[in-house]
Design a protein. Sequence first.
Length: 185
Amino acid sequence: MNTPVLSPVAPWARVLRPLSWGGALALLALPWVAMRFTDEVVWTGGDFALFGAMLLVACLAFEAAVRVARAPAYLLASLLAIGTAFLLVWANLAVGIVDEPEHPVNLMFAAVLLVGVIGAAISRLQARGMALTLSAMAALQVVSGAIAVWIASQTPALFVLAFTGICTAAWLSAAVLYRKAALAQ
């Protein structure tokens, strides 16, 4: 009798799948619950739809990573990249990294994500290409942060620098993990 050989990622996927989808539902319910207890949180149907779409994209990206991952390092890199991308979009839409969300400098941070999407498509999610893509994203994050500090009028430079540093560190950590996954293959 042939026993199927499980991927080294399979045990992690069994644990992380319900956590990702359940966590997304909990995050979506959180503002609704908060609105029951405070007037400080006021979300419209459009806010819930947009946040739900963001969570859906993140969960679907996780599912794609699980299908492609052949090493736990790849899965961890994907989780880190997806989480950082989610944080970048959320911060940009909620309060804006620079001044208000409508400030044109905030589009530079969207360019970081565009590089990620294009790099992922070109590399077909292969670990080596993803390592290069995440490295490019980190470099663009630094450039965007530096330009934002130079141009920003109301946003404290310390916030922009800290946010840029956190995202850059996450992109570079994911790049290192993708590289490790590429070497393991």
